[in-house]
Design a protein around this ligand. Structure first.
Ligand SMILES: Cc1cc2nc3c(=O)[nH]c(=O)nc-3n(C[C@H](O)[C@H](O)[C@H](O)COP(=O)(O)OP(=O)(O)OC[C@H]3O[C@@H](n4cnc5c(N)ncnc54)[C@H](O)[C@@H]3O)c2cc1C
Length: 433
């Protein structure tokens, strides 16, 4: 690891992660951690956050969104709700456009579009997620025999590297479950290029702790920082950029500001777009809810009347380690909020942990059809592997519904973001209620 020093004179402070006492990077860091944001895992709270953010979604957002400041008031902080579709991308896009019009809100709409793009991109290339997991396992195996690597990884996860800004963000992540986008970029860059740690373990660290932990946005962003996503182009955290966009809270020295991009295989060939199965209205149907989509309202509005509902939480599949309690709890509570909110319309609710339990639930309720919104490439899709065949073996139809925005996104996610972005007018049109 290259030598590094920080100009931050205010080192000190104690907090607890991994059940141990650790040093918080600075008084500046300490005060910003005190401003941690509340993420309440309900649709009502997500809609309130959206409503509060709407007036700020244009000028201030466009000018100040790159500043990583305590409280993160310059950005929406909508991601935990969006990730689980407690509030959907379509609802956010429609609300912003209704308030400001598409031109004024162009910057914000563009950022939401990144999320759709990444999802569509991974949907067409699921082997990138599979390859990530294999590479992550290999990096994990290396750590069992390389004690130096293991110590560096532990220090990074605990926020004890001695790089004050990095340590602050690592602790903010583990304590709050959220990081500003710029901090994610700097953190990932320092992890890969300055600390020299395997990128897959960094992506795993994020996915384990983020309330918005998302296979597509996280994996592809880490790949982008590493130079694997836009091949040959990587993101190097620069000390002056960090100082500017943290309002001078951090001024690191010794960052690897001229490291080379990582090498990796070319992108796999494009796979097919996901397709929607028909729903047979006359069949005795059950609804399957996953943490990827907690807004079944359009299915219910279109006439689906489930006699029973099953839920599947797949947070265990996010990480090679146990996912953080707050990520697990946020997801669990968001699922509970959905079933409580729609309690009269969902029938009895059964929490399932795997496909065998889903099968058992389907037979217990004598279902002829199981309907769900598509689970994206990632832990929920992994957990459902083989379900279609198992249900069919038992004479139960499986009807997966792809949301129109997801269908459009996967159709357009054939190359880079800027090509994709040309579809923004179509995205906005589809998002209208
Ligand atoms: C290394 C790295 C890892 C990331 N991991 C995740 C992740 O696991 N889950 C996740 O949702 N986002 C991830 N992001 C993207 C982005 O950092 C977050 O979506 C954003 O910071 C969330 O904060 P916000 O809601 O205040 O964003 P805002 O700026 O208010 O944006 C509004 C919404 O647009 C979407 N969005 C904004 N920027 C991006 C972006 N660059 N990529 C994709 N979507 C975006 C999010 O859904 C966000 O909620 C990652 C970025 C990096 C660099």
């Amino acid at each position: 690891m290259p030598a590094r020093h920080e100009h931050d004179a205010n080192a000190g402070g104690v907090s607890s992660i991994f059940g141990q006492s650790v040093t918080v990077a600075s008084a500046g860091a300490r005060s910003s951690l005190q401003l941690m944001i509340a993420f309440t895992p309900t649709r009502a709270a997500g809609l309130t956050r959206l409503e509060d953010f709407l007036p700020h979604a244009v000028g201030n957002y466009a000018r100040r969104r790159n500043f990583d400041l305590p409280g993160h008031a310059n950005v929406s902080r909508m991601s935990p709700w969006l990730r689980h579709r407690v509030v959907t991308e379509a609802e956010v896009i429609a609300a912003v456009v209704a308030r400001h019009g598409p031109e004024m809100a162009e910057k914000f709409l563009s950022e939401v579009t990144w999320r759709l793009y990444f999802k569509g991109w991974l949907e067409r290339r699921p082997s990138v997620w599979a390859a990530y997991k294999i590479e992550r396992q290999a990096a994990w195996n290396r750590m069992q025999t390389e004690s130096g690597l293991r110590h560096q990884w532990e220090a990074a996860c605990r926020g004890e590297t001695g790089i004050a800004c990095f340590d602050h963000w690592a602790q903010e992540l583990t304590q709050s479950g959220y990081l500003h986008n710029h901090a994610r970029m700097w953190c990932a860059s320092i992890w890969i290029f300055t600390l020299g740690l395997p990128w897959t373990l960094g992506a795993d660290f994020f996915l384990r702790h983020l309330l918005d932990g998302d296979a597509a946005s996280n994996t592809l962003s880490w790949r982008w920082v590493a130079g694997l996503q836009t091949r040959g182009k990587h993101y190097l955290a620069q000390a002056d950029n960090i100082a500017t966009y943290t309002d001078g809270r951090f001024a690191p020295t010794g960052l690897a500001e001229d490291a080379s991009a990582l090498n990796g295989p070319p992108h796999p060939p494009l796979g097919p777009c996901p397709t929607t199965d028909p729903i047979q209205a006359d069949l005795r149907s059950g609804l399957l809810l996953t943490e990827d989509d907690l807004h079944p309202d359009p299915l219910l509005a279109n006439g689906l009347a489930p006699v029973a509902t099953a839920t599947l939480q797949a947070t265990t599949g996010r990480s090679i380690l146990v996912s953080s309690a707050q990520a697990v709890d946020f997801t669990r509570a968001a699922i509970a909020d959905c079933t409580t909110r729609l309690t009269d319309r969902l029938g009895p609710i059964t929490a399932c942990v795997d496909t065998d339990e889903i099968l058992h639930w389907a037979s217990a309720h004598r279902l002829e059809q199981v309907v769900m919104h598509n689970a994206a490439v990632g832990p929920a899709r992994d957990a459902l592997e083989g379900l279609r065949a198992k249900l069919l073996d038992h004479g139960v139809r499986f009807s997966v519904q792809v949301r129109p925005l997801d269908a459009l996104a996967s159709q357009h996610a054939t190359a880079g973001f800027y090509k994709f972005r040309a579809a923004l007018p179509e995205i906005i049109a589809l998002a209208q209620p």
